[in-house]
Design a protein around this ligand. Structure first.
Ligand SMILES: Nc1ncnc2c1ncn2[C@@H]1O[C@H](COP(=O)(O)OP(=O)(O)OP(=O)(O)O)[C@@H](O)[C@H]1O
Ligand SMILES: [Mg+2]
Length: 599
């Protein structure tokens, strides 16, 4: 019999590597495993003893129904106890072994999580996070399933079969043993074949299920857009289309399940009939007692009961193997930006930043930076300006070493950043990124994220410096207001201020602002710029800006265009040279004048 509806991948071979992975976890909890195996053996013994006791009860009752009532009663108790022992030992085994599987799941889950954080930005940009977490979840569940079922289901079931066949052979001759063995083999063979055949339908049903889900989620995520365009009916139609596919797939799946379960029932039925017919024949010949008849019946029922689950277990184990392999595949992905052997700590006493002839591309056929060179002296403020897509944010990503360069060097305090540990490099830089994403927590904790060890007073100070106070005071729940998923319940400007507060709290020698105030109105912007100026005092800072008026006080300005530095100098110098920057400046000035005097 089969239950559940998980996706199954074809598995050509057993991957022994998986057992290699599971083994150490079993070994760590050796005593528990041995105890659980002990329970298993005792439970199986109780299982085998049961039918024998039953036989004796029947025989005693048959031969002397009127005398010595005490004997069957003891036996009845013994039988009851055997059944109870069987069940309770099984429960005990699962309880004790549960700890082993849970510990393994915890450790493997943690290992994968850490590994994922060690991977490159690129890996994550190219992946669906939802899919990733599903892979992990399925993989760890798969490991637990494999540990439980392989050790406690498959192997013991086959041992029990052999035991019963042996007992039947010893007590009643080869006829019964042969029928049992052949029917079990037929049963297993049929289950495997039918399960393989059904896999296609199960997978179709799962795909339809996911597609339906994806459609619903995508549609609801776009709730606002659907309203803007009055497309509710359109959405419902598309959703119903998916539901229809799902319905069809489920029907096929159900029919195939019917064939599987029906076939299994037929095999069991035929085997039972045959055995009981043979037994009945012998009883009538006087070669067997009624007790023997009952014993054989009991053994048959006992044997086919765990077998009933075989199709299910087989499919689940196959699925688990595939899921585990997928998860292990994740572990095999190696990060490409790695610390060198014996990478030192970044010494940021002198926090100059220097880009030396940097070349970089994300994808081989499109160069983003072509020979960028400039230097920021310690405690200086340098602005980077340039059109959208010029590569400004890319410079920041390279400074953080999210990627390695194709050529050239980036130096901080004279040290090549690729020679120091990523950890020390990243602690030296504070950034307000272009798009701030927040954790689904409250405002206060989101700010504290800048330095998790910071005290409440320090967090409050950062909040004040980032001019978040006015906003927070308006909120009924104040700084404990939840920001929603990815911070979507805050406005763009509010999110930016949270990001600024975080960075203030981190208090690292180098500060990077990637359009840190782009989402603010001019008044808030001015206030924050003043605050940032105070904060940046004594720090080396790199400021990326579209609105040139925000960076005229910079010590130097780098004008980037199509991945090249086209101009370099102070605001005044650049204006005088009448190049790219000057054109941009006058265009923005004109715009500002027009804005201020509406027609
Ligand atoms: N992960 C990525 N993979 C491939 N291309 C990318 C990736 N990130 C950015 N790019 C491309 O690199 C170019 C430079 O991007 P970058 O984000 O540095 O621009 P920017 O100067 O910051 O622009 P903006 O002012 O709009 O923020 C863009 O054309 C962008 O499409
Ligand atoms: Mg950018």
């Amino acid at each position: 019999m089969e239950h559940g509806n998980r996706e199954v991948e074809p598995l050509q071979r057993i991957n022994w590597q998986i057992f290699h992975i599971v083994w150490p976890y079993l070994m760590v909890h050796r005593r528990r495993v041995i105890f659980a195996l002990g329970c298993l053996v005792l439970a199986k013994l109780a299982n085998v003893v049961g039918p024998f006791v039953l036989k004796h009860i029947v025989d005693t009752l048959e031969n002397a129904p009127d005398k010595l009532i005490a004997v069957p009663i003891t036996l009845v108790f013994a039988y009851g106890f055997a059944r109870f022992a069987n069940v309770i030992l099984g429960e005990l085994r699962d309880t004790v072994f549960g700890r082993v599987t849970e510990r393994a799941m915890r450790q493997i889950g943690l290992e994968i999580f850490e590994h994922l954080h060690a991977l490159d930005l690129d890996f994550h940009l190219n992946r669906r996070t939802g899919g990733l977490s599903r892979d992990i979840e399925r993989g760890t569940t798969g490991i637990s399933f494999l540990m439980r079922f392989f050790v406690f289901n498959i192997v013991p079931t086959f041992i029990e079969i052999l035991l019963v066949v042996g007992i039947l052979f010893y007590n009643y001759g080869w006829g019964f043993a042969a029928v049992t063995l052949i029917s079990v083999m037929t049963y297993v063979w049929f289950s495997v074949i039918a399960t393989e055949w059904r896999t296609r339908f199960v997978r179709e049903a799962n795909i339809a299920d996911s597609a339906t889900n994806t459609r619903a989620v995508d549609s609801l995520l776009n709730f606002e857009t659907v309203k803007y365009f009055n497309n509710e009916a359109f959405e419902a139609r598309r959703y119903d289309q998916e539901l229809q596919n799902w319905e069809i797939a489920r029907r096929k799946n159900r029919l195939s399940l019917f064939s599987l379960n029906g076939g299994q029932a037929l095999i069991v039925g035929v085997a039972m009939t045959l055995m009981l017919w043979m037994a009945a024949h012998r009883v009538s010949n006087g070669n067997m007692t009624l007790g023997d008849f009952v014993l054989i019946n009991a053994f048959m029922i006992q044997l086919f009961l765990p077998l009933n689950f075989l199709g299910f277990v087989y499919r689940e184990i196959k699925g688990s193997m595939a899921n585990i392999e997928k998860m292990l595949g994740l572990l095999k992905v190696k990060p490409s930006v790695i610390d060198r052997d014996r990478a030192g700590e970044l010494d940021c006493r002198s926090s100059t930043i220097e880009f030396q002839d940097v070349y970089f591309c994300y994808r081989t056929n499109r160069e983003i930076l072509s020979g960028v060179s400039f230097k920021i002296e310690a405690q200086e403020k340098v602005a980077i300006v340039g059109s959208s897509g010029a590569g400004k944010s890319t410079l920041v990503k390279l400074l953080f070493r999210f990627y390695d360069l194709d050529a050239g060097k980036i130096l901080i305090g004279g040290t090549d950043i690729s020679t120091v540990s990523k950890y020390s490099l990243r602690s030296a830089i504070g950034i307000v990124p272009q798009d701030t994403v927040l954790f689904n927590d409250n405002i206060f904790e989101n700010v504290r994220y800048g330095r998790p060890g910071a005290s409440d007073e320090e967090v409050s100070r950062a909040i004040r410096l980032a001019h978040l106070n006015d906003f927070i005071e308006q909120l009924p729940e104040g700084q404990r207001t939840m920001v929603g998923e990815r911070g979507l319940k805050l406005s763009g400007g509010e999110k930016q201020r949270v990001a600024i507060a975080r960075t203030i709290l981190k208090n690292s020698p180098i500060l990077v602002f990637d359009e840190a105030t782009s989402a603010l109105d001019s008044k808030s912007e001015q206030a924050i710029l003043r605050a940032l100026k105070e904060v940046a005092h004594g720090h080396t800072s790199m400021v990326i800006a579209h609105r040139l008026s925000t960076i005229i006080d910079a010590d130097r300005i780098v004008v980037l265009d199509h991945g090249r530095v086209v101009e370099y100098g102070s605001h005044q110098q650049l204006l005088e040279s009448k190049g790219h920057y000057a054109t941009l400046w006058f265009a923005q000035q004109k715009e500002a004048v027009i804005k201020e005097s509406p027609v």
